[in-house]
Design a protein around this ligand. Structure first.
Ligand code: WT7
Length: 630
């Protein structure tokens, strides 16, 4: 890997990546094992959109993650698995063992009917088998669709149906902090409306009693006994699907973001090496869940492509107490630690006495991802965890970008609290005003777009290409629109200010307001609702719901409880509103559009400057909403 080693070099590499992107990325791609070389580096057209990288190249990403390393790293640890309960035995997986497990499970998938191109749904907690399952899919060319284990049966069934998965891989239960979660029961409930699912493969994690449906459900353990570890890696086209990952947008149901094999591999590896400046033999820990893109890219694929040693953590930051992260860092002598601002704020609030017992002297680099990191949290992280000597990389990116886009290179780029700083090589950001005019110069603010493809850009939204176009490429012609607002300061540094669409970022998780509203509207007494975000000390943003209830004798406390239950049922506990205000009407324009701007202001605690309300159908509802604000 020819990694950037100075800020000067970053500048020349950046320039080169913009002037000759094809040459630049071709050089990166040449470091991998390809079964057949590409004919052309890039074809692209954002008006369709059509994007192809490494055209006609053939490869298998798992050969690059695993087989390629065996001569040198067979006995190196790939994953230290740290269980939820610190008393339970940890598990180590070397590259050789991981390779063997992946090949075996790939054969299990084949025995259970999986073929290249099939979609396989994975719904599991953070156990080693989760990483193994993703890689096993990639090994045989099946497309994984991982659903975060906190989503409800209803959300799970929607995702299974959308991509027509015939196989589900899951566990009996999950340990999360002090809770035992009945994962398989959720799957059973989801599958009541997914008759197309033929096989469910169950890892036993909690050894709780589960119902096994004859002919459909099989145990991971039993299936693994029937196979050997010989599984050749399927030859994949660079543009064949690697995975689908569902994410919320401002309208409608979650979209299945599609990533493909070649470009995703090249880009995630490049960004991992350069942003973290990973050195051989270092221990790296990303605390995300594999159910999100951060886990896909920076727990599974990129660290393995780099031949790194990672920690895979099953638990939560506050169990058994708020010192758990720090205890795990000391235990494995973690050098690079990558987490989310919401965790940093929660651990800051818990108090410094949870840090005191630990040395944290192995740490070299700290990372942040998922939401804007406020200056206070940045400083706290820097002083208390990094002891003032670990560079912090605030990495901005998205499910759709596949990998990091705007970020410092650790130790090379001068950082500024709350700034993601500068675009990585290959990334060409552009700020535009609401009409789509480019905002040039520094000391400006606008909507963040990207004007040239990078290798891991999404290719489509599964089963609905038009939606991909409408969502990302239609707002500003010939640009990829991120949905984020952004400042560029006098030094040309980028600071992401947050979503400018109807998406709320709760604890680093993306929640679509439309989805929460439709869940709330399932309640029999609710005729209409409007959901907005508001600043929240720990979560970054909280969810504020305005609801219109037709049953005037309904007790509001029980109404609130029922609404929370409805949202938990339709989406999952992560989407539960923090505040629910019962109103008699919503501020609407004469054409019937809800003026969310006003609702956002009230939710933020602003009651005076609500802006122009003269276009409202009935301005009096605003007074009532202000008076009842929570
Ligand atoms: C949205 C993407 C990228 C993996 C986790 C979230 C926000 C992400 C940052 C950051 C400010 C950030 C943006 C983005 N975001 N990282 N470092 N600074 N905002 O992935 O669920 O696809 O959400 O998260 O608003 O659009 P995601």
């Amino acid at each position: 890997m020819n990694r950037i080693t100075s800020f000067e070099e970053y500048k020349t590499e950046y320039k080169r990546s913009v002037e000759s992107p094809e040459l630049f990325w071709e050089e990166q791609a040449e470091q991998f094992v390809w079964k057949k070389k590409w004919d052309k580096v890039l074809n692209w057209d954002f008006t369709e959109p059509k994007i192809e990288w490494f055209v006609n190249g053939k490869l298998n990403i798992t050969e690059n993650c695993l087989d390629r390393h065996l001569p040198e790293r067979a006995n190196q640890i790939a994953y230290y698995w740290e269980p939820n309960n610190p008393q339970e035995k940890a598990v180590e997986l070397t590259y050789k063992q991981l390779h063997e497990q992946v090949c075996k499970f790939a054969n299990v998938l084949k025995n259970n009917g999986a073929k290249k191109g099939d979609r396989i749904c994975i719904y599991m907690p953070m156990v080693p088998e989760l990483a193994i399952a993703l890689l096993a899919c990639a090994r045989i060319g099946a497309v994984h669709s991982v659903v975060f284990g906190g989503f409800s049966a209803s959300a799970l069934s929607g995702r299974i149906q959308d991509c027509d998965s015939k196989i589900v891989v899951t566990t009996d239960g999950a340990y999360r902090g002090a809770k035992d979660i009945p994962i398989k029961d959720v799957v059973d409930e989801a599958l009541e409306i997914c008759p197309a699912v033929e096989k469910v493969i169950v890892v036993q994690r909690t050894d709780t009693f589960i119902k096994m449906q004859e002919g459909r459900d099989v145990l991971w353990k039993d299936e693994m006994e029937k196979v050997n570890a010989d599984c050749p890696a399927e030859s994949m086209d660079a543009e064949d699907l690697l995975f689908i990952l569902y994410t919320s947008g401002s309208t409608g149901k979650p979209k299945g973001v599609v990533h493909t094999c070649g470009g995703y591999m090249v880009y995630t590896h490049y960004t991992f090496e350069n942003v973290f400046q990973y050195k051989d033999k270092e221990v790296y820990w990303c605390t995300a869940d594999i159910g999100w893109i951060t886990g896909h890219s920076y727990i599974v694929y990129a660290p393995l492509l780099a031949g790194a040693t990672s920690v895979l953590f099953e638990g939560v930051p506050t169990y058994p107490d708020a010192g758990r992260f720090w205890q795990v860092i000391d235990k494995y002598k973690v050098n690079i630690f990558y987490t989310a601002p919401t965790a940093i704020r929660a651990l800051e609030a818990a108090g410094e006495h949870f840090i005191k017992p630990y040395k944290l002297n192995s740490l070299r680099i700290l990372g942040s991802v998922g939401e804007p990191i406020n200056e206070e949290a940045w400083n706290w992280y820097n002083e208390n965890i990094g002891k003032g000597k670990c560079p912090i990389v605030d990495t901005w990116w998205q499910t759709e970008t596949g990998g990091m886009m705007i970020s410092p290179l650790a130790g090379l780029t001068k950082t500024k609290p709350s700034f993601a700083t500068l675009p990585l090589p290959g990334v060409q950001p552009m700020l535009v005003d609401d009409k789509g005019n480019e905002i040039i110069g520094n000391g400006v603010e606008g909507n963040l777009c990207i004007k040239f493809p990078w290798p891991a850009i999404l290719r489509t939204t599964y089963g609905d290409h038009e939606r991909c176009y409408q969502n990302y490429f239609a707002t500003y012609p010939n640009l990829y629109f991120t949905g984020d607002g952004c400042k560029r300061d006098e030094d040309g540094y980028y600071r992401i200010t947050g979503r400018v669409d109807d998406v709320i970022n709760v604890s680093g998780h993306r929640i679509g307001t439309a989805e929460v509203e439709s869940a709330i509207n399932m309640h029999i007494d609710i005729v209409e609702s409007a959901v907005v975000g508001y600043p929240h000390d720990i979560k970054g943003q909280g969810i504020y719901a305005y609801v219109i209830c037709t049953n005037h004798s309904k007790d509001h406390n029980s109404l609130r409880k029922e609404i929370l239950a409805e949202v938990t049922k339709m989406i999952g506990a992560i989407a539960k509103p923090d505040k629910i205000q019962v109103v008699s009407g919503l501020p609407k324009t004469r054409s019937g559009k809800i003026m969310r701007r006003i609702l956002r202001k009230v939710a933020e605690g602003e009651t005076c400057n609500l802006g122009d309300t003269s276009t409202l159908l009935d301005p009096s509802v605003v007074d009532e909403i202000k008076a009842g604000a929570l």
